[in-house]
Design a protein around this ligand. Sequence first.
Ligand code: ADP
Length: 606
Amino acid sequence: MKKKLQIHSENILPIIKKWLYSNKDIFIRELVSNSCDAISKLLVLQDLENIEIGSDRLAITININKEKKTITITDNGIGMTGDEVEQYIAQIAFSGAEEFVKKYNTNKEKDQFIGHFGLGFYSAFMVSKLVEIETLSYKEDSKPAHWLCDGSSDYELNEGTRTTRGTEITLHIEDEEYLNPIKIRSILDTYCSFLQHPIYLSDDQINDVEPLWIKPASECKDQEYIDFYHKLYPLEPNPIFWIHLNVDHPFNLKGILYFPKITPRFDFQTSMIKLFTNRVFVSDHCQDLFPNFLTILRGAIDTPDVPLNVSRSYLQTDSTVHKLAAHITKKISDRLTTLYNNERELFISYWKDIETIIKLGILHDEKFYERAKLFLIWKNTQDQWLTIEEYIEKHKENYNDKIFYTIQDSEHSHFLNLYKDKNVEVIYGSGPLDTATFNYLENKLGVNFQRIDGGIDDLILDKNREKTLLDIDGKTEASNIAAFIKSRLNKEHIEVEAKSLTSETLPAFVMIDERLRRMRDYLSMTQKEMPNELLGKHTLVVNTNNPLISAIIKLKNKDVDLASDLVNQIYDLSLLSQKELHPDSLPLFIQRSSTVLQKLAAHISE
Ligand code: ADP
């Protein structure tokens, strides 16, 4: 029987086709999830009404026929009667379509609204020139129905030929790329991998009817978590560890979140957490669902509380989503706290890979800091791990709320010994993110982080050997040494201080003001230029207890040129060992090295 679709706009299908082109692939998701629903409904009815469903495995099968240019999607779910086809397919969907057309003709994210209007089925027309339905309802004595529509507003509804319960949808494909089984397989893999009823493409089952997040955490083995991760991200290295989420209240959510291995090529910008609703894949761009720093995590979240066709604006404003995000953040910090308290060794072994996420979290989210401060740790020079609060507590009396730090494997090793010899506890910082974290903690806790080349603390000074002797002008010996060295360096912007350091071995080091250096690091990270006068500003600290410095001072009346060369040599060596020597200065340094060696050799052999 020929009929007209119950719509007012004649050419609604071409419009839908045109508008929704941005992601044609989703027609598979829509049709397969309809089939899945039809099977689930059947199982519900079996319980409620005791209907007989037979012994055939309940499943969805997709077949591609390249010759006939068709795709068929078959299920043995509840099926439809002719009246239901009329009602559900022809009428309801189309009144939805009309609303859709009216409302969203200016919206860019159209494909996200399909489901809101019961338009799922019609997405078939994005790739087909003709769509047929052969269906037989589970209801006793029902007759099979056959529906056919070419995408215009005319359709045919007749008695069909189907003899077994269920629905077969045949798409006469217009867009030939969809006749490629590899293409269809990849779409199914993306959207339908975890649907709850078996889905076959020809004879291959493509889905995992028990996604791991459904299983209770207590029953999941480590290897299963790792395998599941690789199923989601085939090319990624093994994850570091994971958190299994299972929330019933105040919303429903299941999922597994993984801390990924951070490789040098790691992409921090793109969220890759996969969002599912009732196991149907929705999106892996759910930046708005998670606090920024957690988008680094990987994994799957399944929640019926976020609609299938979720839009960006929806996510941003919805209060469930906000609660969800807060809850996930809390779960993560709880898990980390437990791990830190109960399995510290393991936690520490993960630290290198998880610290970035944790520190970003702290910088982004005040509440997260309150939880994370309990396991926000640094390693000290004695190879122990501790939190900043523990450090402060330990050294309240002596360090004046100062926290000394150096850089791991750094250029500071030669004067780190100064601190080590005096048993001053120094922690290892690890780069720009730590600088930001230190800034944050300074504001938060009223402490001061000081890199060991950022100041001269009393702790590394030997007061007893200070050169305090005054000359006739009332100047101390130390200030005379400093003045001599400054005059030999002959560099305006460089200060010189002569100090009595606790160790004799170090002749000098370059001290760069902590604030200035942080600013410099920050500017270099943002690739901004630093004004030259700031860039070169630093202090050369010479050690009055070092034999070489004493020798140079003695030399000044004998051979002032050699003394000058030695002063500059010491200065350049300090810069060099702290990775501060400008490459342009290297040729002069090398040339001076040989001059100095030559002079010294000559002196000795005289
Ligand atoms: P939605 O799924 O959003 O309700 P659709 O246009 O995808 O909108 O489907 C409309 C209705 O048609 C469904 O709600 C369902 O009642 C019916 N339907 C679609 N596909 C099937 C199927 N394979 N088996 C049984 N009923 C179906």
